[in-house]
Design a protein around this ligand. Structure first.
Ligand code: CTP
Length: 424
């Protein structure tokens, strides 16, 4: 194939691109493995990224043989530390300079039964590559000195990189691991690639399996996804691949949800700047549930206190919409004081709120509201601590927001008048 990289070109590419220490290390690994008579390969994401000219310092090594022995050999020759995971046949070599290298054995059976006869000449590297998700992630580079830089690409990963395609290896792959559907969307977003038609078809055919993935794992994938992709396109893909539909969302408001995602991002950027927060992946995920008024169906994905809070607060904001029609800051305060900025901005982005700017005005104003009265002032005025305290403090804040009082003295005068009225 004319597009195939020659070993020579790939070696040049590696030398130019990899940090000096990584480059030297890979050569050492190859030499050490050759001394042990062990074929050894760089594998997975880092191979893809070398070909794409993208930095990646996740050095994954596969040894055809006992990877643990290789890791020990490396430590003996070059120092550092080895952490062995015997039952997996893997080891991590941490070099003297602190680089961490994972070594996997692709012939685990050797290790489990040292006395057994070796299986002859099955290409165990290809077994390892076959189990992977996408062609672009299923390539390896040989590191042994005698063939350093040889690209092993049994599934056409290199061609897919050139054609900017995410291609699954076989039709059962998404069924075996439905989280790969999220990974496919993530790689699309990261590289600006697109799944090929067949891959997308397989994804759609296995999408009903995502309901068996634990909410934990789904959350992890969503976090990575929204970190890498722009929220609007990620949400569109989650609809197109029928992910939301598995969780009870119909999807007839997809465009609205996409716009809401963009709005949410903007509202945070404009109004929560100082707090330096971004909408969480859970917040984005929650948008279609809000739009279709099915927030209850998202409950199993709310795994942290923060997520649960957002869910509860947005549920409350959706259930009673009187806050949307308040016409002064004091009323906003009465209705919204217990709710977080995040939940309010979420409801603005996701619901069609008539007077957005008034609500935003309130959210901004309350951020620098300083209390004119404290509990101590109330005690001084002869009140006993109790539920009335918070009602009075709330009323003070309402007056303050409406501009009826603005200094401590105003507040104390108002308080005295209020108490007089009460007692008369
Ligand atoms: N892999 C897989 N199926 C998964 C997760 C991972 O086949 N569900 C394989 C892929 O071949 C991948 C490798 O395991 O290349 C390592 O996984 P991971 O580190 O998650 O992915 P990377 O491809 O390295 O991606 P990233 O750049 O995000 O680390």
């Amino acid at each position: 194939d004319k597009d195939d990289l020659s070993t020579e070109t790939l070696v040049q590419k590696m030398e130019q691109q990899l940090p000096e220490d990584v480059w030297r290390l890979l050569k050492k690994i190859g030499e050490t493995a050759s001394d042990l008579n062990m074929p050894v390969f760089l594998i997975g994401g880092i191979v893809r990224d070398i070909l794409l000219n993208r930095p990646n310092d996740d050095i994954d090594i596969v040894a055809e043989g006992n990877g643990i022995l290789l890791a020990r050999g490396l430590k003996e020759a070059f120092g550092g530390e080895v952490v062995e995971h015997e039952s997996f046949g893997t080891a991590t070599w941490v070099t003297a300079s602190g680089l961490s290298i994972d070594v996997v054995s692709s012939r685990l059976e050797y290790y489990e039964q040292p006395a057994a006869l070796p299986e002859v000449e099955t290409s165990v590297l290809s077994d390892d590559l076959e189990r992977r998700d996408f062609t672009v992630n299923a390539m390896a580079i040989r590191l042994n000195a005698e063939a350093f830089g040889e690209l092993i690409d049994p599934f056409g990963g290199q061609q897919d990189l050139i054609e900017r395609r995410i291609t699954i290896l076989h039709n059962m792959s998404f069924v075996e691991d439905p989280t790969r559907i999220f990974r496919a969307i993530r790689f699309e977003a990261r590289f600006g690639f697109k799944m090929d038609a067949q891959t997308e078809k397989f994804a759609l055919e296995s999408i009903d399996k995502v309901i068996y993935v634990s909410p934990q794992r789904i959350n992890e994938e969503l976090k990575r996804l929204f970190k890498e992709g722009d929220p609007k396109s990620v949400i569109r893909r989650l609809f197109e691949l029928h992910v939301f539909q598995q969780f009870g969302i119909h999807g007839e408001h997809m465009e609205l949800v996409c716009t809401a995602a963009e709005d949410l991002q903007k509202l945070y950027a404009h109004h929560l700047q100082g707090q330096n927060v971004q909408p969480s992946s859970f917040a984005y995920f929650l948008l279609p549930f809000f739009v279709e008024e099915k927030l209850y169906a998202a409950k199993k994905f709310a795994l942290t206190k923060k997520d649960l809070n957002l869910l509860e607060e947005t549920t409350a904001l959706q259930a009673d919409k009187s806050w949307q029609h308040a016409d002064n800051q004091g009323d906003f305060h009465r209705l919204l004081h217990g709710l977080s900025d995040e939940a309010i901005l979420f409801s603005l982005a996701a619901g069609q709120v008539p007077e957005q700017s008034a609500v935003i005005g309130y959210v901004l104003r309350r951020q620098d509201l300083t209390a004119l009265l404290t509990g101590a002032d109330l005690m001084k005025a002869g009140l006993k601590p109790g539920p009335a305290f918070s009602e009075i403090l709330m009323q003070t804040e309402v007056k303050q927001l409406n501009g009826d009082i603005s200094t401590k003295q105003d507040a104390v005068e108002w308080l005295n008048g209020y108490l007089c009225n009460k007692h008369s």
